[in-house]
Design a protein around this ligand. Structure first.
Ligand SMILES: Nc1ncnc2c1ncn2[C@@H]1O[C@H](COP(=O)(O)OP(=O)(O)O)[C@@H](O)[C@H]1O
Ligand SMILES: [Mg+2]
Length: 225
């Protein structure tokens, strides 16, 4: 069973009485261990697809299955739990909480779920992203690349089924961005999760084992290698 399945998914937004077809009839299956690059011009629907995949939003028609569960079938509490525990989000702007330490940022999703031993899990995730020893720092004491590593550690705290990354290297220089891409690729394999990354980076596209190209909300090509 694919970890993520989009079946004939369309998404329309209504603005000022006009419908914008952000996605049209998109079908896509992603398995565990796959490292997917989602590419295409600005406005082609990449972020919309990620939001639907993470159950942050719902299709106008068609279905999205995450771990075999239709996201549209869930009620509030089930949805919150699905988003928090099965999905890890990584953003261009890192989205760390600046009044919390690195440890506290990484632990937060576990605390919200009432899980025991958050510090132990956070230490382990920080080791995965090679930031051991920086847990007591605050975000402003880190470089951009280190902040993104903390965000990745946080996204992995629940050992999610999928990682969704929206332009994860967009705010980083090329060298730092390359290290982050390598890290995401390694963690996808080691943790046997699936990563779907919207990106403008040609390097990201070349590292991916599946390339999905969108154009005006439609899938133009899917290449696996
Ligand atoms: N919340 C929204 N309300 C109205 N239109 C939206 C909304 N989000 C995205 N869109 C529109 O949907 C299309 C796809 O946007 P988006 O998924 O953000 O593309 P990308 O991430 O590839 O740049 C664009 O035309 C955008 O303007
Ligand atoms: Mg976008």
């Amino acid at each position: 069973m694919p970890i993520l399945s989009l079946q004939e998914v369309s998404k329309d937004y209504l603005t000022d009485g006009r419908a914008v077809h952000a996605l049209s009839d998109v079908s896509l299956n992603v398995e565990r261990g796959e490292f997917v690059a989602l590419v295409g011009r600005s406005g082609c629907g990449k972020s919309t697809l990620l939001n639907l995949a993470g159950a942050m939003d719902f299709p106008t028609s068609g279905k999205v299955f995450l771990d075999g569960v239709s996201t549209s079938s869930l009620k509030d509490s089930g949805l919150t739990q699905l988003r928090r525990e099965r999905v890890g989000f990584i953003f261009q702007s890192f989205q760390l909480l600046h009044t919390l330490t690195v440890f506290e940022n990484v632990e937060l999703p576990l605390l919200l779920s009432g899980k025991p031993n958050p510090r132990q899990a956070a230490r382990e995730r920080l080791a995965w992203v090679e930031l051991e020893g920086l847990g007591d720092r605050y975000p402003h004491q880190l470089s951009g690349g280190q902040m993104q590593r903390v965000a990745i550690a946080r996204a992995l705290i629940h050992s999610p089924s999928i990682l969704l990354a929206d332009e994860p290297t967009g705010n980083l220089d090329t060298t730092t961005g390359s290290l982050i891409l390598e890290l995401l690729r390694r963690l996808t394999r080691e943790q046997n999760t699936a990563t779907i990354m919207a990106t403008h980076s040609p390097e990201a596209a070349s590292l991916a084992n599946m390339l999905v190209r969108l154009r005006d909300g439609e899938i133009q090509e899917i290449t696996r290698r």
